[in-house]
Ligand binder design. Sequence first.
Ligand SMILES: Nc1ncnc2c1ncn2[C@@H]1O[C@H](COP(=O)(O)OP(=O)(O)OP(=O)(O)O)[C@@H](O)[C@H]1O
Ligand SMILES: [Mg+2]
Length: 259
Amino acid sequence: MSMLVFCSATGAPGVTTTALAVAWALPLVHSGRRSLVLDADVAGSAILPGFLRAGVGADGGILAAATDRTGVSGGTLLERAVALDETGARWVLTGITDPTQGRTVRDFATTLAEGARALREPGVDVVVDVGRLGHRYEPTALLEHADVVAVVFRSTLPSITGARAALGSLRTLRGPAAGTLGLMVGAAGPYGAREIAQELQLSGVLTLPEDRWAAGILTAGGGTGRRFENSALLRGARALATDLSAASQALQPVRGVRS
Ligand SMILES: Nc1ncnc2c1ncn2[C@@H]1O[C@H](COP(=O)(O)OP(=O)(O)OP(=O)(O)O)[C@@H](O)[C@H]1O
Ligand SMILES: [Mg+2]
């Protein structure tokens, strides 16, 4: 896998939580590989005040990489990243806290996509939180060049309707055959999973279980010990990471990044 993007159409279905959960699960699924989260939500980072509990300055990460005079490579992105865990298997390139800085992220998106691609060989899988689509500074290049884009939604009518429109726009942007997927957080009520997939014009939808306790740790910080790794959320994230890796492999060779 090279670059995997999570986004949403409406509400707050769990994009950031899902991105962090999958990034946590990837090194468990592919031992020896590392994961890097790109915190690219131009509406503002939820990871800096959330999982990282404001323990890291907001002037590093993507902003620092974007103004790096020495040029940007996969290695530079990793150097600017902060560790999410003690083993050094999981990293995050932190995003912005002031939405007026969204333009910098948007303008840097093609370079970020190139950096993400360069990290595949050294064994780093990149997971991107793009947040809600349609922002005026949406980093479209990340959506365009990702191996897989997953639209996160809940099993409610507004969420499904929004996801349907978002998937349509993404198919226009990325082409109908590319890895553009739907990911439902929580159980499939009141609509069945098959009915939802049909509505979204997909052969199936990926899922991640509802697990407030483990999601709370990824949202607000907390212990990521054995109980966390054995939680329903992390077990679901491991299965999801496996499915997403398979979807990404099926698409190889990946389309080239164009500027
Ligand atoms: N799988 C889950 N199980 C239970 N609660 C979840 C799950 N995923 C997310 N949540 C909860 O839903 C809320 C929103 O999650 P999150 O911040 O990840 O959404 P988002 O789509 O990134 O929102 P935003 O558009 O504001 O960035 C949080 O309180 C989070 O803990
Ligand atoms: Mg978010």
